[in-house]
Design a binder for this molecule. Structure first.
Ligand code: NAP
Length: 284
């Protein structure tokens, strides 16, 4: 619908501005007029972040290795009344970072929020991991976060912004079957603090924080389970679920809401922080 909707209590819902007006009070959207880039946003957690940011007024750049999934997500956001652009972006490609950020600055004049979300998990213990899989994991999960953060700082340093790096609980605690993933996510955790300090030292109004999701049922987790030896996947799920104090895996929206908090001014005094969203998993 495109007009006004009068509610029983006298409130008025207004679309397309998406303002909620009651009497003289007006509540604005949390990311109104903000430009956000979310990598790996064609599925799972990245998709949920893109949808949530768009609901709060951001123009979201939905990028993914798979252009079809990026286009699907952007198309659905637009169909729901949001603003989105889709693009293929391989986060391991340094040139592609320059192209993507350049396009955003050329067409929008600014980037306010970057979410380094794209990631992979190739399950293997320290004894079983191959060097090839190890390097691929570090390139997608680690090097991309460095290139994205460096590129975003370059375009944000005058006007400011928020950079959100998706790490994991496995950047905090170890898991025998995910040696390369643990290494990459632990790197993202501490790199985030280094980048946060580099920005404050230079006086840039840029905040850099990491998010640490617990177990969220997405294609990444389903794929990792499918790659485990027979019997181990079931044992892994039973063990993990019983170790989550809140009793179940989380949903992508749980992570998207945390990212929204870090993206907007509600978290204006936070930088170099770790936002853990894990149903209590890392408490013990
Ligand atoms: P997902 O559903 O597999 O989404 C990851 C997305 O990243 C996919 O769309 C994938 O595209 C994309 N991608 C992979 N390699 C890429 C590359 N080189 N360049 C650009 N995009 C690439 O996984 P998810 O669970 O939502 O994970 C999102 C982030 O959360 C990851 O960083 C992950 O490590 C982190 N995380 C997830 C969990 C969890 O339980 N799910 C827990 C902690 C942390 P394709 O599908 O086309 O390959």
């Amino acid at each position: 619908w495109n007009g006004l909707l009068a509610l029983n209590d006298g409130s008025l819902l207004v679309n397309p501005e998406l303002l909620y007006i009651k009497g003289v009070q007006t509540m604005s959207l949390k990311l109104e007029n903000k430009i956000a880039l979310i990598t790996g946003a064609g599925s799972g957690i990245g998709e949920a972040i893109a949808r949530r940011f768009a609901q709060e007024g951001a123009l979201v750049y939905v990028t993914d290795l798979d252009s079809a999934s990026a286009s699907r997500v952007a198309g659905e956001i637009i169909a729901e009344g949001g603003r989105a652009e889709a693009a293929r972006q391989d986060v391991t490609d340094e040139k592609a970072w320059g192209t993507q950020l350049g396009e955003i600055i050329a067409s929008q004049g600014a980037l306010d929020v970057l979410v380094n979300n794209a990631g992979i998990a190739i399950p293997a213990s320290v004894e079983d991991a191959t060097l090839e899989d190890w390097r691929t994991t570090q390139a997608v999960n680690g090097e991309s976060v460095f290139m994205g953060t460096r590129g975003a700082i370059a375009v944000m340093r005058e006007r400011g912004g928020s950079i959100i790096n998706i790490s994991s609980i496995e950047g905090i605690v170890g898991e025998a079957m995910t040696a390369a993933y643990n290494y990459s996510k632990g790197g993202v955790r501490i790199f985030t603090k280094s980048a946060a300090l580099a920005c404050t030292r230079k006086g840039y109004p840029i905040r850099v924080n990491s998010v640490h999701p617990g177990f969220i049922l997405t294609p990444l987790v389903q794929g990792a389970l499918a790659g485990m030896p027979e019997g181990e996947a079931e044992e892994f799920v039973t063990r993990v679920t019983s170790a989550i104090p809140m009793g179940s895996m989380g949903e992508p929206l749980d992570i998207a809401n945390g990212c929204l908090f870090l993206a907007c001014d509600d978290s204006r005094y936070m930088t170099g922080s770790e936002l853990v969203i894990d149903g209590g998993y890392t408490c013990h």
